[in-house]
Write a new protein. Structure first.
Length: 244
């Protein structure tokens, strides 16, 4: 099968038309999910009105589940943590400590108004980030996210290491990606992750793969790969919240 997302030309995402840098921020403490959504929506509106710069916001959430626009009630098997319904694409997923969430607010109207190419660019960003740790992440046309092959678990077994869920408003993106660094993987057992029920497919993390990787290591790799795919960033000191 030809991977359509793989074949897309992503080079036009590398720089916004005005040549500006993307603001890069890291939250110093876990951010409640409703607060993150309010911040993203306000910032996306500012970007659309050309009153705010583009932003990548790295954070962790306290343990919780989110359901996207394709979410099914039956996919929540055990409501051990709060569940939030959200406007991003996709189904149910888990967020919690040890998982690096990156919320990406970019002006696609100024870059390239192409949703498929944007999702492919996010996949490429994740794949290049994982490559910094000698992990081969791969796309799958029939499954969203980035996957790693696990022959140690059986023939054809693959584990999901990163999730993607995006929303656009006035061609400004928000929500984004989540990479499993060292979360409690048992928390995924309370849901059908992203609607995938095939037992050949599971969930993993960098530490689960045997890599002694810290969140700081991943942040460095994320930023380097982001620059390669999307263009220059401007740093801000770590802080608990983002002012919009």
């Amino acid at each position: 099968m030809v991977n359509d997302r793989q074949s897309l030309d992503l080079t036009t995402f590398a720089r916004p038309s005005d040549g500006g840098e993307v603001e890069w921020r890291i939250a110093a403490s876990p951010v409640p999910y409703p607060d993150s959504v309010a911040t993203m929506e306000a910032r996306a509106a500012g970007i659309a009105d050309r009153k705010a710069s583009e932003l990548v916001w790295l954070l962790e959430h306290p343990p919780l589940y989110t359901s996207g626009t394709s979410g099914k009630p039956g996919d929540l098997l055990d409501p051990r943590f709060p569940l939030f319904t959200t406007g991003r694409g996709g189904q149910l997923t888990y967020h919690g400590p040890g998982q690096r969430v990156a919320y990406v607010m970019l002006d696609l109207k100024q870059r390239r108004p192409d949703v498929r190419a944007y999702v492919a660019s996010l996949e490429e960003w994740i794949i290049r980030t994982l490559a910094a740790f000698n992990v081969r992440g791969e796309r799958r046309e029939d499954r969203v996210g980035v996957w790693v092959r696990r022959p140690d678990k059986g023939v054809g077994h693959e584990d999901k290491i990163a999730a993607i869920g995006v929303r656009l408003r006035r061609w400004v993106s928000f929500h984004g990606i989540a990479i499993n660094v060292e979360p409690d993987l048992s928390h995924f057992s309370a849901i059908v992750p992203c609607g995938v029920v095939d037992t050949r497919y599971g969930v993993t993390s960098l530490v689960d793969l045997g890599l002694p990787v810290t969140m700081e290591d991943v942040d460095v790799a994320l930023r380097q790969a982001f620059v390669e795919v999307f263009g220059a960033t401007s740093a801000r000191p770590p802080e608990a919240t983002v002012q919009v």
